[in-house]
Design a protein around this ligand. Sequence first.
Ligand code: GDP
Length: 444
Amino acid sequence: MVLAELGGRITHAIHQMRNVTIIDEKALNERLNEITRALLQSDVSFSLVKEMQTNIKKIVSLQDLAAGHNKRRIIEQAIFGELCKMLDPGKPAFAPKKAKPSVVMFVGLQGAGKTTTCTKYAYYHQKKGYKPALVCADTFRAGAFDQLKQNATKANIPFYGSYTESDPVKIAVEGVDRFEKENCDLIIVDTSGRHKQEASLFEEMRQVAEATKPDLVIFVMDSSIGQAAFDQAQAFKQSVAVGAVIITKMDGHAKGGGALSAVAATKSPVIFIGTGEHMDQFEVFDVKPFVNRLLGMGDLSGLVDKLQEVVPKDQQAEFLEKISKGYFSMRMMYDQYQSFLNSGPLNQLYSMLPGVSAQMMPEGESEAKIKRYMTMMDSMTNEELDSSNPSKAFNESRIMRIARESGKIVREVMEMLEEYKRMAKTFSNMKGLKMLKNGDKSSN
Ligand code: GDP
């Protein structure tokens, strides 16, 4: 959620640049400072931000750019490229192969969401045709085996663990052996966490890794840990060969910048993000679409998939048609706010549209403001809510009526209408956006 805010602020800085007539060193520095502030406030580690700033300045050497070069475009591309670079360590994570047993070990602090994520990971692969199995080598936390067992049973995934054995290494080895014999091709080992990083945890992790020789070690990190992300991720990396990261609880109010720091600390890619407690609230993480969405540049490939998930089948065509005509009504704004307040799926859908993520929140965003706007919209007629031409629909007497009925003052109604216009303008840019059938997408 708060990542959208980070994206909004970076996009704002980029837009500001479009408004200044001359892009000189001063204008560039001002915008870079704004972006730096936004990143730091989102818990991206200081050294990373500093590095990014230096790199952008190196790429955008204003003196070297001949007249006629589109400086704004070059700066935008440099920012996009640097954000991608932060999230992309340059080498893909190990991908398990079907019909050939792979061992994947999960590590992370207690409460990070390790056990939940193990099952999500297994479930995801099961749907892709793998034969996963779960091994509970967490003998430290009482109830860990029961939790894993419960999750595994729900997803119909074989599991192994013990109520009596206290040696995690023994359980891990037995579990892996058993599932290899049963021809499972993805054997997932859940290990113990601790409340904090401590030597005994790291020693145990090392022993389990040595005994089971995992093909991949996945570090699970709670997105809300903030600036501690870099050090925590690095500490794990120093003990075991972390090869991928999964960030959990991205649905909450975490600032999410820690994800960028974890990648830098482990030099391993984020492969999935957790977006809720349920088994299927789990998304593949791709750098470019993610940064595109962060910067409000849209993710058309994700959009079509998401559309099929969240919009009822009989309404999909209509939705796409509206979007591609640049149509945006008050009702669409209302639905979007509602979905935003409930962290609903529509919110994710809209954030995939080019230019939208940064525009979704009223400036100086706050939930109270959204709720105020919604109260005013509750006093509108259907005609007003569905009009795509508000300057016509909202004359003086209507504005006064809405203010009176919603118990607000006229200035507030005007402010809400301005907000609507701002969002409608973004949607008007979508005009001509083409989305072909069969998941094939293009824009012009
Ligand atoms: P572990 O101690 O690392 O194994 O953590 P658990 O798997 O027991 O998870 C701790 C808590 O976080 C549980 O209440 C989970 O339901 C919750 N949780 C895990 N992943 C997510 C996520 O992506 N979103 C949300 N909202 N909750 C999550």
